[in-house]
Design a protein around this ligand. Structure first.
Ligand code: SF4
Ligand code: SF4
Length: 430
């Protein structure tokens, strides 16, 4: 087989890809209550355990295509699961070997690995450090909060194993960020969670993901909900604790989400700005400066981050791994054709095009864009479908941070392009 290296051409328009790679499908060694990906096993009939691994041949095809079909000087691979460390260190040694084999001159390859940390060993630590992997460690907060939903198959909490994994990362100086799922418990304890991540975990970057799943999420793809099941914003059944709630009981409620973000924002602003990166806060600074939010959930378009399963099936997004959103398989189609297909373009543009009037008239549309379409399953007060379940929380957050973000942008010497409260800046930086 002759292999053609992609030619990095600095003067060509940049072609970049960000594909969430699932080399072990949904297989995982633990069994978190709220995991949206474990149910993919049922959806596609995947085998459990390492049986669903991406084969060596498929891995090489994928790595080669992913590199060849980009012309940027930096190529980033994202490894997720399930739990990718179940594949063992040797699998990832092979990944690095193949990346080197196909990497053209002048190009840097980076790797991000998302893990629950429970299988990390010194061998992993050395490998991750030596190969400069950026690790995303899933941890939900102090022991009681983490253990409530992040359990093993016997229902026991995984906090101690995750903390051992964290020790490995610190010991070997591995670059890492934390990923915290904000559910009904995390959402109720914002300061405790934030201070734990800052003072005990010593997280340099804190990513927070709202846990929102309608009860039908295991078998119904987003945007395929029945209209009669969509209820109005603010109705009692939108509360996760309501017996007839439309969402799972472990979800964060809209008001909890708003309160969670506002509380940790205040703590961050008071003590940690410039020291700890909270992407929601730092990305807001860019938005207020008039730039596009780098976080897909708050950007005007979707469609730039595909997902690839262990069998080569490619999907529109990590949150849209449903048969209705399959773009093809790398055995039959080129990655770039799928990434830049008309279907994927329409998927991307639909994010803004399908916003209800309430969002279009919202003071914070520029910062929110109706957040992730997978969460748009409520109706506006005027009866329009397509409103984000978390709308009230997002609005509370953006209204709260507006004067402070305006102040940060002005202090940095940039004009404030967005926001409505810039005249109300009262905060004084220390
Ligand atoms: S569907 Fe959600 S997660 Fe996927 S690209 Fe759009 S905003 Fe991002
Ligand atoms: S805050 Fe609510 S109304 Fe405003 S853009 Fe976001 S989802 Fe729409």
């Amino acid at each position: 087989m002759s292999i053609q290296l992609s030619s990095y051409q600095p003067n060509m328009p940049s072609k970049r890809m960000n594909i969430m790679t699932k080399p072990i499908g949904s297989a995982c060694n633990i069994d978190c209550t709220y995991c949206y990906y474990l149910s993919k096993e049922e959806l596609f009939g995947h085998e459990t355990g390492c049986g669903s691994r991406m084969s060596d041949e498929m891995l090489e095809t994928y790595i080669k295509s992913y590199i060849e079909q980009q012309n940027h000087h930096e190529i980033v691979f994202h490894w997720q699961g399930g739990e990718p460390t179940l594949l063992g260190v040797n699998y990832f040694r092979d990944v690095v070997r193949l990346q080197k084999k196909y990497c053209p001159k002048g190009v840097t390859i980076e790797n991000n690995l998302q893990t629950n940390g429970t299988l990390l060993t010194d061998e992993w630590g050395k490998f991750l450090s030596k190969n400069n992997f950026m690790v995303g460690l899933s941890i939900d907060g102090p022991e009681m909060i983490h253990n409530a939903y992040r359990t093993n198959r016997s229902g026991r909490g995984t906090f101690k194993q995750t903390m051992k994994g964290l020790d490995i990362l610190h010991k070997h100086n591995v670059n890492f960020a934390t990923l915290t799922c904000v559910n009904n418990l995390t959402g109720a304890n914002p300061l405790e969670v934030y201070q734990f991540l800052r003072d005990v975990v010593r997280s340099p970057q804190m990513q927070f993901i709202p846990i929102v799943e309608p009860k039908s999420f295991r078998d119904t793809a987003p945007q395929r909900w029945k209209d009669e099941e969509i209820i109005f914003q603010g109705m009692p059944e939108t509360e996760p604790s309501h017996p007839n709630s439309i969402v799972e009981a472990w979800c964060v409620s809209p008001s909890q989400w708003g309160n969670f973000l506002c509380t940790i924002f205040d703590e961050w602003l008071e003590n940690d700005i410039g020291k700890i990166n909270v992407p929601y806060f730092e990305a807001s600074v860019e938005t207020w400066m008039g730039r596009v939010n780098p976080l897909c959930t708050l950007a005007p378009m979707c469609g730039k981050g595909l997902a690839i399963e262990h069998n080569g099936d490619v999907f529109a997004c990590d949150h849209y791994v449903y048969p209705e959103y399959k773009l093809g398989n790398i055995n039959d189609a080129e990655l770039e054709d799928m990434q830049f297909s008309q279907g994927q373009e329409s998927f991307g543009k639909a994010k803004e095009a399908s916003l209800p009037t309430q969002c279009r008239q919202c003071d914070y549309q520029f910062a929110c864009f109706g957040e992730c379409p997978k969460n748009r399953f409520t109706k506006t007060l005027s009866g329009e479908s397509g409103l984000n379940y978390l709308c009230a929380g997002w609005k509370q957050f953006f209204t709260h941070i507006d004067p402070y973000i305006s102040m940060i942008v002005s202090t940095m010497g940039y004009p404030v392009h967005k926001g409505i409260n810039s005249h109300a800046m009262k905060y004084q930086f220390k």
